[in-house]
Design a protein around this ligand. Structure first.
Ligand code: NAP
Ligand code: ZN
Length: 349
């Protein structure tokens, strides 16, 4: 067993505390990573605060991991000590089902293994623990290579926020001639703007205040709409080919957003509030519109996204924090006061 320094929560009302967790010994196909940075995703908060249901404590979250290879098993072929690598939301899957075979490990019918809060098949009965820690052991097939041009701290959020937005933008054909809107300019939203812009789409940010207007344009958006203004959505009727909804709350006018789609347009929900979001059927029927969802992306697609971000120099906009400030960062994320991803400097664990 390998001991790792970590921060963990011991109950749903926190706070984060210093702790030690264990990692399995490096197996033949395993990579030991010294984690340098870990992004704070809103999913970490949904999980730690038990908004998605009861979990087992203690929990060390973190699935936006960037670091350096510290050791490799004898059968590892893709990585060597010193390589700059990342780990996202998954650390394993069955590898054999129809979806794993297609590179859609996130939909593994036997259940993909989450980076944290999943059953750890290597250590009987324990849960997997995430990236707010000094080291992690991951099988090489679930390790990603971080392109040379990207700094590790700016790259960490790509491992979830980057792939979760790249995948639907790619799948639904964002590109030249397409009008794409992004609802919510947080961690996911700001990467959606950067990536959709780099793909050549015309991009609009739909934000629920006026505070992020200048930033949106700087990030690559062509237009900005403050959706809290009376009648804002009505003015946008029949405008977008594709909408990516990144809002973490169910308290939004989804029917109103659907009506801003063109005929055959699609609204892809990546935001994952626990509560139901009501939709009026007429908003779908009138316009043959689609309401879809998307979950992170497969391993090959994640590497493709990292390479795309490397080529286009698309790191995340980050605020690096000390591990002592995780609780404060969670509160600021809840207040939409994040520009645009908190990243923990793991040297401060
Ligand atoms: P985030 O940084 O907190 O961003 C969410 C943004 O939504 C906020 O910055 C805010 O943007 C907007 N928002 C928040 N509350 C709102 C409200 N009450 N009304 C209107 N707008 C509101 O969160 P994130 O890390 O990007 O994650 C977003 C969601 O995606 C979470 O639910 C997370 O669990 C989920 N997620 C899903 C996947 C997946 O695979 N599908 C992967 C990762 C995360 P404005 O200030 O611009 O309005
Ligand atoms: Zn995430």
């Amino acid at each position: 067993m390998i001991e790792a320094q970590a921060r963990g929560v011991f109950s749903a009302d926190g706070p984060f505390e210093k702790t030690t967790i264990t990692r399995r010994d490096v197996g033949p196909k395993d990579v030991l990573i010294e984690i340098k940075y870990a992004g704070i995703c809103h999913s970490d908060i949904h999980t730690a605060w038990q908004e998605w249901g009861n979990i087992e404590f203690p929990l060390t979250p973190g699935h936006e991991i960037a670091g350096v290879v510290a050791q490799v098993g004898p059968a590892v072929t893709k990585y060597k000590v010193g390589d700059r690598v990342g780990v996202g939301c998954m650390v394993d899957s069955c590898g054999e089902c129809e979806y794993c075979q297609q590179g859609l490990e996130q939909f593994c019918v036997n259940g993909m293994v989450g980076t944290y809060n999943s059953v750890n098949k290597y250590t009987d009965g324990e849960r997997t623990q995430g990236g707010y820690s000094s080291h992690i052991v991951v099988k090489e097939d679930f390790v990603l290579r971080i392109p040379d041009g990207l700094e590790l701290d700016h790259a960490a959020p790509l491992l979830c926020a980057g792939i979760t937005t790249y995948s639907p933008l790619h799948h639904w054909g964002a590109g030249p001639g397409k009008k794409v809107a992004v609802i919510g300019l947080g961690g996911l939203g700001h990467m959606a703007v950067k990536i959709a812009h780099a793909m050549g789409a015309e991009v609009t940010v739909l934000s629920h205040s006026d505070k992020k207007r200048d930033d949106s344009i700087r990030l690559g958006a062509d237009n900005y709409v403050n959706t809290s203004e009376e009648g804002a959505l009505k003015k946008l009727a029949n405008t977008y080919d594709l909408i990516i909804n990144t809002v973490s709350s169910a308290d939004i006018d989804l029917t109103g957003y659907l009506q801003t789609l063109k005929v055959d347009g699609t609204l892809v929900n990546v935001g994952a509030p626990a509560e139901h979001i009501p939709v009026q059927a007429g908003a779908l029927i009138g316009g043959r519109r689609s309401f879809a969802g998307s979950l992170i992306g497969g391993i090959n697609e994640t590497q493709e996204m990292l390479d795309f971000c490397g080529e286009h120099n698309l790191g995340a906009e980050i605020e690096v924090i000390s591990a002592d400030d995780i609780d404060k960062a969670y509160d600021r994320v809840m207040n939409s006061d994040v520009r645009y991803r908190f990243v923990i400097d793991n040297a401060t664990l």
